[in-house]
Design a protein around this ligand. Sequence first.
Ligand SMILES: [Zn+2]
Length: 113
Amino acid sequence: MDEGKYPVNWKEKSAQVKKEAGGRCERCGHKPEGTSRDNLVTHHLIPNKALDERWNLEALCNKCNLKAEHKNKELRQRLTRWFNICREDWLMKQLKDYADILREEGRKEKCTY
Ligand SMILES: [Zn+2]
């Protein structure tokens, strides 16, 4: 995840996502201890920091996050670039649909704890 800058309220937003997830990974259900190796992170399905609404965010453990970051990496980065060029409604709808697919697929391919 390296596209763009984090919005000013990112810390609060990220904390809110983790809170809603009950401190658990939304894919595998693991509850991390909160150490650097075993931590809950807020993942962007479409890797663009400006897309910080709930539909694009997922609370994930380190292992699931690593998988998620590598999954369909090129396509996800391409969508991010499209978003940077064109922020029209039709594209937003496509991005949301694709985020739903990624979320669903991710749950099937969760890590094993
Ligand atoms: Zn997980």
